[in-house]
Write a new protein. Structure first.
Length: 227
């Protein structure tokens, strides 16, 4: 049994989607970010950086882990799933996973902050992060023009990037003309565990279709970026 401490964010969904795809037994616990639960001592024992997601693997001597990418690699090595044991394919999986960890995630995260949450609209900052996100999308699109999946075989690299890319509208970034990226993004919804994983720990997509609830979501998120 794996205990998952998470919130409905792209990084949180990376791990819940991976757990679902691997059909692993787990229990999800909501960490309420707007209430500051990520800073409480009991959570910091699991995740010293005060960030979600984090896990406790009760089947492995109560191993505590934080950092979504590290957790995904650990789960792949634990199960033998979604990352090839063949050296070159494994290297490519890690390469595209790090592309998300060092590029797509941080750039989209900052686009979200300045486009959605920051009280003052600083247009140069918004432009900077939206433009860089679009550039990274173009890198993905070019690669996917010759590849069905990011690392030849379907892998955790696809899950990691997809959990962010699928939220591009929230970052204010369009995918116009990126037909290969759109093909891949849509195909991901049909992969095992993806539709279930993005509803963990609570579904938010319908919530964001309600304008009043969307405003409340933005208000709560703004509390986080000010801390």
């Amino acid at each position: 049994m794996i205990e998952l401490y998470t919130a409905p964010t792209p990084n949180g969904h990376k791990v819940s989607c991976t757990l679902e795809a691997m059909n692993l037994e787990y229990e999800a616990h909501l960490v309420n970010l707007s209430e500051g639960e990520q800073h409480k001592p009991e959570f910091l024992k699991i995740s010293p950086n005060g960030r979600i997601p984090a896990i406790i693997d009760k089947s492995n001597n109560n191993l505590h882990m934080f950092e979504s990418g590290a957790i995904m690699i650990y789960l792949s090595e634990k199960t033998g799933l979604l990352m090839s044991k063949e050296s070159n394919k494994k290297a490519k999986t890690l390469e595209w996973l790090m592309f998300q960890m060092g590029g797509v995630g941080p750039m989209m995260g900052q686009a979200n902050v300045f486009f959605r949450y920051f009280p003052e609209k600083i247009q140069p900052a918004i432009d900077r992060y939206q433009n860089e996100t679009r550039r990274l999308f173009e890198v993905l699109d070019k690669h996917l023009s010759k590849n069905e999946w990011l690392a030849e075989d379907y892998s955790i690299a696809d899950i990691a990037n997809w959990c962010w890319v699928r939220t591009h509208n929230w970052s204010g970034v369009n995918t116009d003309g990126l037909n290969n990226l759109e093909r891949w993004k849509n195909a991901m919804y049909d992969q095992p565990g993806m539709k279930a994983g993005i509803k963990v720990p609570i579904p938010v997509e319908n919530l964001l279709k309600d304008k009043d609830k969307e405003k409340e979501f933005i208000k709560n998120s703004s509390k986080i970026v000010k801390k």
